[in-house]
Design a protein around this ligand. Structure first.
Ligand SMILES: Cc1cc2nc3c(=O)[nH]c(=O)nc-3n(C[C@H](O)[C@H](O)[C@H](O)COP(=O)(O)O)c2cc1C
Length: 328
């Protein structure tokens, strides 16, 4: 296993993600996942609004943007899977290279920019899945969409995926789509939230809706969003997306990479967001994500009020072994 991870590290990051995930799919098809990565149903289950999370650990959005790896990720033992971010139209994302690894800090900077195959492709994958666990879909807007068109993009994705998803995560926090984070401002999030609220009500969809937040906003802005989340009957938050603040990277030369920072150096910032949320609204359902790479950082999220936790970067560095390490 260690050998395979070392080999993958020799490849450029995007190529290595591609090889690793496709190899996982091959193992799944050959029925060999449980041989290489056995797991017993470890970890406590969580019940939320009729959803049964068989354990508290999920894979965060962005790893499986198009739903190509749902069954194989599910077979590894994750309690839930979030696919996306998906946009109405397929788009290529930013130019390469756009993922940078900093192994000494188990960190990644990415500026992918919502590269994905479009919502219709994802819906086909959702319909074809065998995975029985909780599946969330993270939705966004195409890069070229502005103003009302941006809101329409979210609604199009919402309406197309919700019949086949267990929850929807509304991503207003990617730093790699120009102006997306401006959706943290009241004049921008109110029309979006109103549109989602109406789409949900008109179609009588009661499945949970979570808002995925940025760790780079101040307390006043966050508290405004939390109030609106309650007002529009959404179900909770995902805290957090990546940060544009690179101060925690030890080599100053690395701080010039534009994009969002994830992994260990994000832990404190994403935990601060959980703290703020817990302070303003202890009852709000919270999914913690950002910088979890061992038992201690996993537990910290629960201590700060999270009910579920997701990982991304530590899965890249440590491979499927991280699941057992966190849940046992
Ligand atoms: C390469 C990469 C791509 C990502 N893509 C998305 C995405 O499409 N949508 C999203 O909401 N978050 C995306 N994220 C953010 C993760 O879901 C997660 O919030 C963040 O990485 C913090 O968790 P971590 O420290 O465990 O990686 C991405 C992260 C990485 C590293």
């Amino acid at each position: 296993m260690k050998f395979a991870l070392l080999f993958l590290r020799l490849l450029p990051p995007e190529a290595s993600h591609f090889v690793a995930l496709n190899f996982l799919n091959l193992l799944y098809k050959l029925n060999l996942i449980s041989f290489f990565f056995p797991y017993d149903n470890f970890g406590e289950s969580v019940e939320f609004r009729g959803l049964n999370f068989k354990n508290k650990l999920g894979i965060a959005a962005g790893l499986d943007k198009n739903g190509d790896f749902i069954d194989s990720l599910g077979a590894l033992g994750f309690g839930f899977i979030e696919v996306g971010t998906i946009t109405p139209l397929a788009q290529p994302g930013n130019s390469k290279p756009r993922i940078f690894r900093f192994p000494s800090q188990e960190a990644i900077v990415n500026r992918l920019g919502f590269n994905n195959k479009g919502v219709d492709y994802l819906v086909k994958k959702l319909k074809a899945r065998s995975f029985q666990g909780v599946l969330g879909v993270n939705i966004g807007a195409n890069k070229a969409s502005e103003g009302q068109k941006r809101i329409d993009d979210y609604i199009e994705c919402f309406l197309k995926v919700i019949p086949y998803a267990d929850y929807v995560a509304v991503n207003i926090s990617s730093p790699n789509t120009p102006n997306l984070r401006a959706l943290h401002l009241e004049e921008n999030f109110l029309p979006l939230f109103e549109a989602i609220y109406s789409a949900r009500k008109e179609n009588q969809y009661s499945k949970p809706v979570f808002i995925k937040l940025s760790p780079d906003e101040n307390e006043e802005i966050i508290s405004g969003i939390l109030t609106a989340i309650k007002k529009f009957d959404f179900d909770g938050i995902i805290a957090s997306n990546t940060t544009i603040d690179k101060e925690n990277l030890i080599y100053s030369g690395h701080r010039n990479f534009s994009g969002g920072l994830s992994g260990k150096p994000l832990l404190a910032k994403s935990n601060d967001l959980l703290k703020i949320t817990n302070f303003h609204d202890p009852q709000m359902f919270k999914i913690g994500v950002g910088g979890v790479n061992n038992k201690e950082s996993f537990q910290e999220k629960f201590d700060l009020g999270a009910s579920l936790v997701q990982i991304y970067t530590s899965f890249i560095y440590q491979g499927p072994e991280i699941i057992k390490k966190l849940l046992k």
